[in-house]
Design a binder for this molecule. Structure first.
Ligand SMILES: [Zn+2]
Length: 336
């Protein structure tokens, strides 16, 4: 079977002040995600990247931070009894319930001992330990509540990516519903699986390998630039052969994801980017939906940062990116 990549080029014509009011035609490419049908637009020059962002010392001050060592063990919430520990611990990472939960099961993983880590100084070990703490919690919830079916491991890094705190941390959400995008992906993946008797991402990796959107393979994880990205420099890691739902917290798959994530962040840093979002999608024991790790760049954080979450993001759920995935997928390849 073959996955179809549908695109449409729309043209608009006007008299441009940039061309001495000559008639000018500008093209916009609209792309359709082959799995879900979600659309994305490739619009050049709509993402500002500043050359050398300055973050003031004041913003980076660790005074009063609840996630710093010495406080994280004292001031953060403790798990209910069924988790079996008051807080989770894995290397530098400490996990605990989210004081402001987003659903039935919601935790936080303080990722590093350092209060501020520049985007290109995270280590594979730090992310492997962070994922370990998050995945252990997901497994504990799945054991505890048979109705909990969807899980995600997420990260906002720096205020321009939606974080209220500087200290690097992940957030896990587990419940019976998942989010809009999780459900959309899960339902489409299930339909694809039922129709073709294949996992969508296995087929996708097979078809994309060798092309500009195929970034790399690290152990069990394929890294790709999605044909219809949800946001700027969107890259996705998929453990296509893993059918057990939640990867072993201390296993190879979690480590492979961590290694790839560090490479993605090195690529972002090389462009002058310093802020990002992460969302790992997990579903309980569904062979159609292997673990997926989405990463996207966000507006460069500095004193006067500009939000890249426009009405398209907030109200239309439409991907708008300035660089086509063939271009940035190929460039990211050098960092793997
Ligand atoms: Zn801190």
């Amino acid at each position: 079977m073959s996955i179809d990549f549908e695109r449409e080029v729309q043209e608009t014509t006007f008299y441009s002040p940039l061309e001495e009011f000559e008639e000018t035609t500008v093209e916009t490419e609209v792309r359709v995600d082959p799995l879900t049908g979600r659309t994305a637009r490739v619009v050049t020059d709509n993402f500002l990247v500043s050359e050398s962002p300055e973050i003031s010392e004041e913003v980076l001050d660790d005074e009063g931070c609840f996630f710093c060592p010495g406080t994280v063990e004292e001031a953060t919430p403790q798990y209910p009894d069924w988790v079996g520990t008051d807080r989770g611990k894995s290397g530098e990472a400490t996990s605990f319930p989210n004081l402001n939960p987003y659903g039935a099961y919601s935790n936080v993983v303080a990722l590093t001992e350092e209060h501020y880590v520049p985007i290109d100084e995270f280590t594979t070990q730090q992310f492997a330990d962070g994922l370990c703490a998050a995945l252990q919690y997901v497994r504990d919830v799945f054991d505890h509540d048979p109705d909990a079916r969807f899980a995600s491991v997420n990260m906002n890094f720096l205020p321009s990516a939606g974080s209220s705190l500087i200290h690097p941390h992940m957030q896990t959400l587990v419940d019976g519903r998942g989010t809009n995008e999780q459900r959309r992906v899960a339902e489409a993946a299930r339909a694809f699986y039922d129709e073709n008797d294949e996992v969508y991402w296995s087929e996708l990796a097979l078809q994309e390998r060798g092309g500009d959107r195929y970034v790399a393979e690290i152990g069990n994880v394929h890294w790709l630039a999605p044909f219809a990205p949800t946001h700027h420099r969107h890259l996705v890691g998929v453990a296509a052969q893993i059918h057990s739902g939640v990867p072993e917290p201390r296993g190879d798959v979690a480590h492979d994801f961590a290694e790839g994530l560090v490479n993605v962040l090195s690529y972002y840093a090389s462009l002058g980017l310093n802020s990002f979002n992460v969302a790992m999608f997990l579903e309980r024991d569904d062979p159609a939906l292997p673990p997926l790790l989405n990463v996207t760049a966000r507006s460069v954080f500095d004193e006067h940062y500009w939000s890249d979450a426009t009405f398209f993001t907030a109200l239309h759920d439409e991907g708008v990116v300035d660089v086509a995935p063939e271009e940035y997928g190929d460039a990211a390849h050098d960092f793997f």
